[in-house]
Design a protein around this ligand. Sequence first.
Ligand SMILES: Nc1ncnc2c1ncn2[C@@H]1O[C@H](COP(=O)(O)OP(=O)(O)OP(=O)(O)O)[C@@H](O)[C@H]1O
Length: 293
Amino acid sequence: MMEIEEANEPQGCNGMVYAHLAWKDVNVMVTLNNGDTRNVLEGLTGYAEPGTFTALMGPSGSGKSTLLDALSGRLASNAILSGKVLLNGRKAKLSFATAANVTQDDKLIGTLTVREMIYYSAQLRLPDRMPLSEKRTLVESRAQLLKWVYKIVLIRLLGIGTCAVLAEEKRGDASAFFVTQTVLSVQRGRTVIASIHQPSSEVFEQFDRLYLLSGGKTVYFGQVSEACKARYIFSTKSSLNYILKGQPGAQGMGKGQTTGIYCMQPYLVFLNSARDHHFQSSNHWSHGNNFTS
Ligand SMILES: Nc1ncnc2c1ncn2[C@@H]1O[C@H](COP(=O)(O)OP(=O)(O)OP(=O)(O)O)[C@@H](O)[C@H]1O
């Protein structure tokens, strides 16, 4: 595992600064309305490197959104973070130019077309000093990404030198596959962490690493390829399908069925997939502790 204290300094490449993200012993405690406190994340450690695509998975309520919020500095006011989150080896507040976070409830303007939404978002997020012509060029180049995807909604745009933020509604695995492909094709050194609920094996295999949570704890962190070798969980080529079908309380997912995935492309990307109806039972995940890498 990468030494968090020795994470690389930012490197320039075509004007882009790489984002080495690391987190160590991250705990998040929330204060409930009745004054009680509750640990939502406990002792999470991991990292995400430039040019890699990390799938953040786990049952509903396992802490995926909270981890993304913790990493991107967007925790709710009743939540307290302890532990370290380092960007390029330093504690850093992530900015729009560095990181983007697509949440499950991003608001869109329904009367605008996708292209208009991109322009609108660009006006808000890109710096005033950038000439309008440059903004237009940037937006148009990002808009080209939309051509493959069945239904894409732009949520947020980028900082300087970054590209569009895409969000994919969960409308079938073909869409998710194309969205994943699109992200991979333009990833170019960016650091992507995607919360994803229910990928098919085809989509899952597009990811480099899996970060699997259960009950706020890490169940597995490692290469997707290694996870697939862990026979108890991932015994078939339809790796994730097996998890869903083979565990009590889980609803099955056929090969090629729906997945929800959100995609976007600043340097450091946090993606949060839409809530879905699967993984209703989290109990079975707690038996998977022997898979922690
Ligand atoms: N600010 C908060 N205050 C109180 N409870 C919280 C807060 N944030 C998260 N929780 C609780 O922590 C648990 C984890 O929530 P989180 O949204 O991170 O899970 P998740 O894995 O993203 O779930 P889903 O897949 O359903 O989106 C849930 O039980 C949630 O109710």
